[in-house]
Design a protein around this ligand. Structure first.
Ligand SMILES: Cc1cc2nc3c(=O)[nH]c(=O)nc-3n(C[C@H](O)[C@H](O)[C@H](O)COP(=O)(O)OP(=O)(O)OC[C@H]3O[C@@H](n4cnc5c(N)ncnc54)[C@H](O)[C@@H]3O)c2cc1C
Length: 336
């Protein structure tokens, strides 16, 4: 059976070098929830070169159907050919909702696609729901510097489009079987949309674990006092098999790299353990870490807002508490 005008929920699948980015699975999971309420299908849209075999993986993670545009032109992400391909898919299948990860690629692609199909786009959503009365997508995101949450509706244009940052939605863990419907779309004019030449791709290789993958995060803020203070946090992180993260204040001060930043303008993390050291707990920071399983806060100010969401709190000076933590953990580890 062919995929007809679907009126369903579409998810743009980001893949790099044949590896599907985690956010795509998170969005398929969320897409399933929305599609269930709307009684429609969730469709993964997979663009790239030599990537057709990834369709089974997408079905396995909950895509009812997969649309594949497999073309040599799409080997490496380029704005124009990807925008053209995604626009053509939307024009052909007329989905109700299209979701993108708010990654560098998603943030480049989604606004262009929304402009070409003459609809709106709500960026960096933290919540997506269906309005039971109208059936419209309620797209919630922080506004005015993160101090309020705004819920945005695209009532008059279709599709309703949103980007969602990686880590905000939970990845589905169940498997669904790999027998979803797959449709190949051929776009003969794709090469006409190539307007840049990629001369070289230089990949940044980091020795440190990505904070979004870490199970344990030892996170430092302004209260750490300087780059030197982060060495102690690294020692604690190493003892617990984790890595370091930070607030924006510590990044702005140049004590740690930007890729360590947690929060509204940093990354969203869901570790098993998050230790917030010398972090006050500003709403923009909480937005990136409040879904951690266990939060421990160390702060010398007993009225710091971070204590309101912490499972365990230590009121004290990080310079004294962290070395005690490290010593205690090492002693416990030596006993084993
Ligand atoms: C649009 C926008 C986006 C933003 N995005 C982000 C974001 O993504 N991530 C983010 O983190 N912030 C973000 N911010 C900034 C945010 O509002 C706060 O300014 C920032 O989180 C504060 O960082 P902090 O907690 O490290 O510093 P502070 O708020 O200055 O807190 C430092 C804390 O350390 C404690 N302290 C000091 N010395 C010690 C010590 N020796 N021992 C123990 N505790 C000590 C203090 O009591 C205090 O609570 C954003 C702001 C805006 C407007």
């Amino acid at each position: 059976m062919k995929i007809e005008d679907d009126k369903g929920v579409f998810v743009f699948v980001q893949q790099i070098d044949g590896e599907i980015s985690g956010v795509s699975f998170e969005l398929i999971g969320k897409g399933r929830e929305l599609a269930k309420i709307l009684a429609c299908q969730v469709t993964a849209v997979l663009l790239g070169s030599g990537i057709s075999q990834l369709a089974g993986e997408l079905s396995n993670f909950g895509a009812d159907q997969v649309i594949v545009v497999d073309d040599a032109v799409l080997e490496t992400y380029m704005t124009e050919p990807y925008t053209h391909a995604m626009t053509q898919v939307i024009k052909r299948y007329k989905p109700e909702i299209v979701l993108f990860g708010a990654t560098a690629i998603g943030r480049d692609l989604a606004p262009r696609v929304s402009a070409r199909v003459h609809t709106g786009l709500t960026a960096d959503c933290t919540g997506l729901e269906i309005d039971p009365a109208s059936g419209c997508l309620l797209m919630t995101r922080p506004a005015f510097g993160g101090n309020i949450m705004a819920t945005i509706v695209c009532a008059e244009h279709r599709p309703q489009m949103a980007t969602v940052r990686p880590g905000v939605m939970k990845r589905v863990s169940e498997t669904f079987g790999t027998d979803g419907r797959v449709e190949q779309v051929v776009l003969p004019d794709l090469a006409d949309h190539v307007n840049v030449e990629i001369v070289e791709v230089i990949k940044k290789v980091s020795e440190k674990m990505d904070i979004m993958d870490a199970k344990v995060l030892i996170s430092g803020g302004r209260g750490i006092g300087g780059a030197e203070g982060f060495r102690k946090l690294e020692e604690l992180a190493e003892a617990l098999g984790g890595t370091i993260a930070s607030s924006r204040a510590a990044v702005d001060a140049g004590w740690v790299e930007k890729d360590r930043q947690v929060g509204q303008t940093g990354k969203t993390v869901r570790p098993n353990l998050y230790v917030a050291c010398g972090i006050s707990g500003a709403i923009q920071h909480l937005a990136g870490m409040e879904e951690a399983d266990i939060i421990i806060a160390i702060n010398k100010d007993p009225s710091a807002p971070i204590f309101e969401i912490a499972d365990y709190g230590v009121v004290g000076d990080v310079d004294k508490v962290i070395p005690l933590f490290i010593q205690q953990i090492k002693e416990e580890q030596e006993k084993r």
